[in-house]
Design a binder for this molecule. Sequence first.
Ligand code: GTP
Ligand code: MG
Length: 197
Amino acid sequence: MLNVNKAEFVISAASRKDFIRDGRAQFVFAGRSNVGKSSLINKLLNRKNFARVGGTPGKTAHINYFRVDSVYFVDLPGYGYAKVPEKIKAQWGKMIENYLHTSKQLLRVFLLVDIRHEPSANDVQMYKWIVHQGFQPVIIATKSDKIKKSQHEKHLNMLRQTLGLPDEVRIFPYSALKKEGRDEIYEYMDELLAEQE
Ligand SMILES: Nc1nc2c(ncn2[C@@H]2O[C@H](COP(=O)(O)OP(=O)(O)OP(=O)(O)O)[C@@H](O)[C@H]2O)c(=O)[nH]1
Ligand SMILES: [Mg+2]
């Protein structure tokens, strides 16, 4: 079991020279801007504003590493925010690509999508890219508090269909407001870490 009291911010990496490759396992959180990556990390770590949560999308522009006990949580910059200049978007894209490409110690990539909406072309592309790089994605369907519980199943199926998820890919409904999904995500991480030992 990860001790979340042993959590600290390590580095905000602006380019590959700052990427951490010390052999410790990394759990990575990817997804479009505003989907809730930083909120998820804060809630997982029981912190208020450890990872900066934005009113303005595009808040997280660097790759932020949090050391959590024996592993890292990695907050990726969000993609798909229209108001970011093309040049910056291209830089982020390159950096994310670089990161996935060079990080062998990624234990899982959590791809966050909003439970309410059909995943965008960018989401589908990101999913494919993760698989293509040889990583196993896990989906977190965020903001589950925004729809009725009775609608969850339907929306999860819609996400599965649009992303083209095989049955073995896990999908966790999650709410940063209600902490739905938090225990399940930790249980899953613990299983993975136990397998690794
Ligand atoms: N209702 C609800 N709102 C959420 C939830 N998670 C995040 N939000 C809100 O969504 C907005 C974006 O959240 P962030 O955590 O900053 O999103 P991000 O994915 O880190 O965004 P970037 O850093 O721009 O990539 C904030 O206003 C959050 O308060 C959730 O589970 N439920
Ligand atoms: Mg963020």
